[in-house]
Design a binder for this molecule. Structure first.
Ligand code: 7RM
Length: 637
């Protein structure tokens, strides 16, 4: 496919940017008109950030799967859509052409219909990285069901919370998942979650690890058996459901500064246009490209840049089941070599961890197919940037540092590979259509260059979130109430003399651990569930590989005979409640926490202590008991 809106020079970038600000509706409608619509839209944009109301392409009818599958069949039917690389390199890989993927999606869409899944129903998908995960996602979209993918590392409790919030009556899972030398018992985790979710009517279970699972009559059914049923029914077809541009496409839960994760809602039309537009421009996609995004489909990066963006562009997308360091630290490079990957998109945390294994695992492989490298999820430090540039890209591949969020649907700030200049540790410039603004604490614009402030966006773009599921007020509070008439990202940001943006990290109580978003309040709630814990406070601290580590200060009143064991108990409590990704790296037992007279924990002080900057604690005179600070400083881990 070719894309008339692909920007190929700095001048084109400038012109497109200028047009997108002067005439946003004209800009986006000319892009959107290149997609396959069942009925054209009536109004390009309707918006009011105060409520918020955001509607793109209202009245337009479409199905995103027709744009990802049907429209490619004529020309790209025999081209691989998905190349699946299993966890174990000894196991055979799988290739699904666009034709194969189309067939499997309509087939599974019919399975969903057979199981009484209807348009608007929420379907929870909890699977490992197998092609059937992408198939389940697309099949849901095909019939207008709203998918809610939950990352395979989350606990039963986290799944139950999400099922309840979304009132999902359907679950799709696997018996288990292979990840490195581990086997994760997905179905068994689902069984634990469902104890709290009697409203779930049907669980469809794909065979992957063939680990023994309990199958409950009337509720649980095998994927393979369901496929056999539709095969005997005859019609291999499944017409795409007619969706309004503003109908919900999916919910994806993400952590915020308060207790429970919120369900970010994306809609069909705008998300389709934005993921495709950003994919084609940032990575400078060319026909024949092999795109390898190493994220899990359980995160937004996988939704947008393994499934919807690449497939709507007709690219070949590599889907990898395993982990970067198993069987050895050459696994990514092995895959690049094997499939002649041209675009590699990964996270700084992965780069930093692989750097630690030296160059031998890299040098064993031919990486000459690579054309473009990308990073996402967290700020990239210069050392990692240069290693990536030198040893992976051999100094001939542009690196795109892509800044975006679950809420933004797609990349908002990034250089365009080989078109606009890169600058190490800077995401650089906004994509045309994106209008960033920096503000101070009072919401006053910080104008000009060489400044820093809180990053906001002042004009809507098609890929932005529309609401948080079941609680619109929470969406308003979280993103649109901090500053009048602005979308607030929660990130701090610096703008250099040339106008390049560098995102410095969260300014709220959200941690970024190995590119995973975790709320401090969420971790505290989990720690506090341990019987011996009275109170806790969690902050982040700089971590060489993870970017941020989790540091927990805990007041403990239980049996403390074996401190090491208590730490393990607390960690395993967190693992149970949230998942292993939220386990604290350090747990320091304290007798009190630094609090203001009104009882608020002063995290600023704890953060400084955790960062090792104990001489820069600032003003502690407003504390209820300044004495606890000394004790905490002395006990620092
Ligand atoms: C895509 C994704 C979002 C948060 C965001 C930032 C941080 C993401 C970059 C980055 C610096 C980047 N979605 N972040 N990309 N920080 N440079 N290129 O990660 O919802 O899970 O996280 O991640 O703090 O607000 S997310």
């Amino acid at each position: 496919m070719s894309f008339p809106y692909q920007i190929r020079s700095v001048d084109q970038y400038k012109a497109a940017y200028e047009q997108s600000v002067r005439d946003p509706e004209g800009f986006w409608s000319s892009i959107a008109s290149t997609f396959q619509w069942q009925k054209p839209w009536e109004k390009t944009l309707e918006w009011d950030f105060k409520k918020p109301t955001i509607k793109w392409f209202a009245g337009g009818k479409l199905n995103i799967t027709e744009n990802c599958l049907d429209r490619h069949l004529d020309k790209l039917g025999n081209q691989p859509a998905i190349i699946w690389e299993p966890n174990d390199p000894e196991e055979h890989h799988r290739v699904l052409t666009y034709r194969d993927l189309y067939n499997k999606v309509v087939q599974f869409a019919n399975v969903l219909k057979n199981n009484d899944v209807k348009k608007g129903d929420r379907v929870c998908i909890y699977m490992g990285m197998v092609p059937e995960l992408a198939i389940a996602v697309l099949a849901s979209a095909r019939i207008g069901a709203i998918h809610s993918v939950v990352f395979g590392g989350f606990s039963a409790q986290s799944i139950a919370d999400r099922l309840q919030d979304a009132q999902a009556r359907f679950v799709i899972t696997c018996d288990g998942a292979f990840r490195g030398n581990k086997e994760i018992p997905l179905k068994s985790v689902i069984d634990d979650a469902l104890v709290q979710c009697p409203f779930v009517e049907r669980v469809i279970v794909l065979t992957r690890t063939r680990t023994p699972v309990s199958m409950i009559k009337g509720r649980d059914t095998w994927w393979e058996d369901e496929i056999k049923k539709v095969e005997t029914q005859g019609s291999p077809d499944c017409p795409a459901e007619v969706m309004d541009a503003e109908d919900m496409l999916f919910i994806l839960y993400t952590s915020g500064s308060t207790g429970k994760p919120k369900g970010v809602v994306h809609t069909c039309g705008g998300y389709m246009v934005y993921t495709n537009y950003s994919f084609v421009n940032v990575f400078q996609y060319q026909p024949g490209d092999i795109h390898f995004c190493t994220a899990d489909i359980g995160w937004i990066t996988g939704h947008s840049y393994i499934v919807y963006g690449p497939l709507s562009a007709g690219v070949t997308s590599v889907l990898f089941e395993g982990v970067p360091t198993w069987p050895d630290a050459g696994r990514f490079w092995d895959i690049v070599d094997k499939y002649k990957v041209t675009i590699l998109y990964t996270a700084p945390t992965a780069i930093r961890s692989l750097m630690g294994f030296g160059l031998e695992p890299v040098q064993r492989h031919d990486l000459s197919s690579l054309k473009v490298l990308g990073t996402v999820g967290e700020p990239i430090n210069e050392e990692a940037w240069h290693w990536y540039d030198e040893h992976i890209g051999k100094r001939k591949c542009p690196i795109v540092d892509t800044w975006w969020q679950t809420e933004t649907g797609g990349i908002l700030i990034s250089n365009l590979a080989g078109v606009t200049p890169a600058k190490p540790s800077f995401a650089t410039l906004p994509l045309p259509g994106i209008q960033p603004i920096l503000v101070d604490e009072n919401g006053k614009e910080v104008a000009g260059n060489g400044v820093s402030g809180n990053l906001c966006i002042k004009f809507p773009w098609p890929g932005m979130l529309r609401t948080t599921y079941g609680d619109h007020e929470r969406c308003r509070q979280n993103y649109f109430a901090t500053y009048d008439n602005l979308y607030f990202t929660g990130d701090g940001c610096l703008r250099d003399e040339e106008g390049n943006y560098r995102i410095t990290g969260r300014v709220d109580d959200v941690l970024n651990v190995s590119g995973h978003r975790i709320g401090t309040a969420e971790v505290e709630n989990a720690i506090n569930m341990h019987t011996g814990v009275v109170e806790s406070a969690v902050v982040g601290y700089p971590h060489d590989i993870k970017g941020q580590g989790i540091y927990a200060f805990v007041i403990f009143q239980g049996n403390m005979q074996d401190e090491k064991l208590v730490r393990l108990d607390i960690a395993s409590t967190v693992s149970r409640i949230i998942g292993p990704i939220a386990k604290p790296d350090k747990i320091q037992f304290v007798s009190g926490l630094p609090k203001t007279r009104s009882g608020k924990i002063m995290r600023r002080i704890l953060r400084k202590i955790a960062e090792g900057e104990t001489d820069k604690l600032g003003d502690t005179t407003t504390l209820l008991d300044p004495g606890v600070v000394e004790e905490i400083k002395n006990g620092k881990l």
